[in-house]
Design a protein around this ligand. Structure first.
Ligand SMILES: Nc1ncnc2c1ncn2[C@@H]1O[C@H](COP(=O)(O)OP(=O)(O)OP(=O)(O)O)[C@@H](O)[C@H]1O
Length: 252
């Protein structure tokens, strides 16, 4: 039986400087169906349109043509803030996504309120500490020993692990990973990728991940997309991906 479609883009186009002599089309008629539990890796050269694709899904880039549907509902005109109820994103920059003066535990508590009114009662923190200890123990870089540390004082790896947990603690319908391991050293990056894979699988998340690491794009996920010049040029399922010589994909 075919899995339900969680996200659908229908003929989505984005232009900059539209109707001027400088007009360029940065997304070109994108058609994409993302099915429940898809873990999609997204490759493409600089400027191919990967971040723009994430921006239109997350709602911080308006589309000029087409439609975006989440669970069958048209969200094309929905604000980014409203979309955070069901879409989470982790960025490359470890400084984004966390409140710097708040502790790890406070940030996690904040994340449990995602999409609802941020009525943050810090005195309730104690009730969550055991749960937060358990969840951070699944992450690398000894994050579980830093629950009371302000985010500002964490290493880049710890911050990214925290950002990832914050994005997933309240299970999103769609998880966008925007090169979330790119700023980390190779060992930390590999550990966070493993933790990502475990959590996406165990929590049955639906995720898209931009990466420039060909090996990660091949190792992880059940589907591989390639973008070039504002278009999706390849869409490989797990079997095709496994039988494809990645060097022949003509990505760069
Ligand atoms: N607001 C904007 N104004 C003008 N051009 C833009 C704007 N946003 C994106 N672009 C252009 O659109 C193209 C796609 O950019 P995008 O950031 O989506 O690429 P990318 O595949 O994510 O690249 P990278 O791997 O470098 O992050 C680029 O040529 C970029 O310069």
């Amino acid at each position: 039986m075919e899995r339900p479609v969680i996200l659908e883009l229908k003929n989505v186009s984005v232009y900059v400087n539209r109707h001027t002599t400088e007009e360029i089309q940065i997304l070109k008629n994108i058609n994409l169906k993302v099915y429940k539990n898809d873990f999609i890796t997204l490759l493409g050269s600089n400027g191919a349109g990967k971040s723009t694709l994430f921006n239109v899904i997350a709602g911080n880039q308006p589309i000029d043509e087409g439609q975006i549907l989440v669970n069958g509902h048209d969200v094309s005109n929905m604000s980014e803030e409203k979309r955070t109820k069901f879409i989470s994103r982790v960025f490359q920059d470890p400084k984004l996504g966390t409140a710097p003066r708040m502790t790890v535990a406070e940030n996690l508590l904040l994340a449990t309120k995602r999409g609802s009114r941020r009525n943050l009662k810090l005195r309730r923190l104690k009730q969550h500490l055991a749960e937060f200890k358990q969840i951070t123990a699944t992450m690398p870089n000894r994050l579980s020993e830093r629950l009371k540390t302000p985010t500002d004082n964490l290493s880049g790896g710890q911050r990214q692990a925290l950002s990832f947990l914050m994005a997933t603690i309240k299970k999103p319908a769609i998880l966008l990973l925007d090169e979330h391991t790119a700023a980390l050293d190779p060992k930390t990056s590999a550990e966070l990728m493993e933790a990502t894979q475990t959590r996406v699988t165990e929590d049955e998340l639906t995720a898209l991940m931009i990466t420039h690491q060909l090996s990660d794009a091949v190792t992880y996920g059940n589907r591989l997309l390639v973008m070039k010049d504002g278009r999706i040029t390849q869409d490989l399922d797990a079997v095709t991906k496994a039988n494809t010589n990645i060097d022949e994909l003509m990505i760069y």
